[in-house]
Design a protein around this ligand. Structure first.
Ligand code: GRF
Length: 216
């Protein structure tokens, strides 16, 4: 039988609101979520997946002596679903070079900042501390450099004088839930590629800051 949908494995560690957005969009899109894997047993995203009848797996990183060993177990589990794409959705683990190489150009991540600015954690607090006027979300290909792979798309939000970490998190999440399913569907349609650390959409080289998504 011919495969009509891009098969996706989603990796999570927590609440999984991005996973939920991906599940909801998949119903009328060109990708199918084959499995959801978490390194935390109490990740609410696992419940979201079960409610949607998506197979789940829990692999505890604390059961492995090294990052490499955990990643090998993760690879084994992921590969049992034969996915075309790996989507990181709040997966709070740094991936080993071996993992990234195994899925070369097939891993996407969403990050709550306007990359290449503010890689790493606590982005909302850091943009507030720096007195930034704007903030946002980025989707990028994953490479061995943490939050450093080529950016595919970004969407900006304005920072208002009364914004807090909580209000920024809420605003950024709302954008994430639109942008991530959109980028996954580009990949699923075969429109998105990474070559020599550069991202291409429809064979056009994307700028360092990716495509600017504007609210529709
Ligand atoms: C999101 O803010 C995402 O940008 C970051 O982790 C968070 C995950 O949130 N990588 P959720 O679990 O999808 O609600």
């Amino acid at each position: 039988m011919q495969k009509t949908h891009c098969s996706v494995v989603v990796l999570i560690s927590g609440n999984g609101t991005n996973l939920q957005a991906l599940i909801d969009s998949s119903v009328s899109s060109n990708y199918k979520i084959a499995a959801v894997i978490s390194n935390k047993s109490d990740a609410f995203g696992l419940v979201r997946a079960e409610r949607a009848n998506i197979p789940t797996a829990f692999i505890d990183h604390r059961d492995y002596q090294s990052r490499e060993q955990f990643d090998l177990a993760l690879i084994k589990s992921i590969d049992s679903f034969s996915p075309d794409l790996i989507v990181l959705a709040g997966f709070m683990r740094i991936l080993s070079p071996a993992f990234v190489q195994h899925y070369q150009a097939k891993i996407l991540n969403i990050h709550p900042s306007l990359l290449p600015a503010y890689r790493g954690t606590d982005t909302h607090q850091r943009v507030l501390d720096a007195g930034e006027k704007e903030h946002g979300v980025s989707v990028h290909f994953v490479t061995e450099e943490l939050d450093g792979g080529p950016v595919i798309a970004r969407e900006k939000i304005k920072i208002e004088p009364n914004d807090s970490v909580d209000t920024l998190a809420e605003k950024v999440h709302a954008k994430e839930h639109i942008i991530y399913p959109k980028v996954v569907s580009w990949f699923a349609a075969g429109r998105l590629h990474m070559q020599t650390n550069k991202a291409y959409l429809d064979h056009d080289l994307l700028p360092e800051t990716g495509i600017e998504i504007t609210p529709s």
